[in-house]
Design a protein around this ligand. Structure first.
Ligand code: HEC
Length: 142
């Protein structure tokens, strides 16, 4: 039982951020899913200046379905965090986590899946929507 749980369950260094400190810079809609994507004001400034995103930064994708939070996808960058994973899995110093609406970790997800998909965005800090940030002027980009 414990072994089976360990095969998929995974906590890591990612913490749940203070959402009120984050800025909602873009919205992605697909079918009945609405995603609000947000990060810190400091990260937005860094991207606009073409600088690396600061250590400690969170990016959060809030997935809404029928007007309710369905889940939170979180990426966080930390000093040397890439060293927790072997090179094939690594996504720079970013780690990933899936939080349930009550902000506890979804222990049935292995975040290697998050990393393997986001690895394709290595040239843009492992972000899919980072390219939208330079156009952000206070109103979330659709
Ligand atoms: C099959 C590919 C794929 C997988 C797997 C995936 N993502 Fe993403 N992720 C995307 C795409 C594409 C976007 C851009 C938003 C959109 O199109 O829905 C995104 C956006 C995000 C964002 C917003 C920042 C950004 O990159 O634009 C976060 C945070 C995020 N994902 C976290 C996660 C987490 C955590 C997991 C695993 C639980 C995960 N992702 C798994 C493809 C993926």
């Amino acid at each position: 039982m414990l072994a089976a749980w360990q095969a998929t369950a995974e906590s890591n260094r990612v913490t749940f951020p203070s959402l009120e400190k984050l800025v909602h810079y873009t919205t992605v809609r697909r079918g009945n899913v609405t995603e609000h994507i947000m990060t810190t004001p400091e990260a937005i400034e860094a991207v606009k200046k073409g600088q690396p995103i600061p250590t400690g930064t969170h990016f959060v994708l809030v997935d809404y379905r029928e007007g309710e939070v369905f889940r939170y996808f979180v990426m966080q960058k930390g000093d040397g965090w890439g060293g927790d994973y072997d090179e094939r899995r690594r996504t720079g110093d970013w780690q990933f986590q899936w939080f349930k609406p009550d902000r506890t970790i979804n222990m049935s997800e292995n975040t290697a899946r998050c990393q393997s998909c986001h690895q394709s965005q290595a040239a843009s800090e492992y972000l899919y929507t980072g390219y939208r940030i330079p156009r952000f002027n206070g109103t979330p980009i659709e």
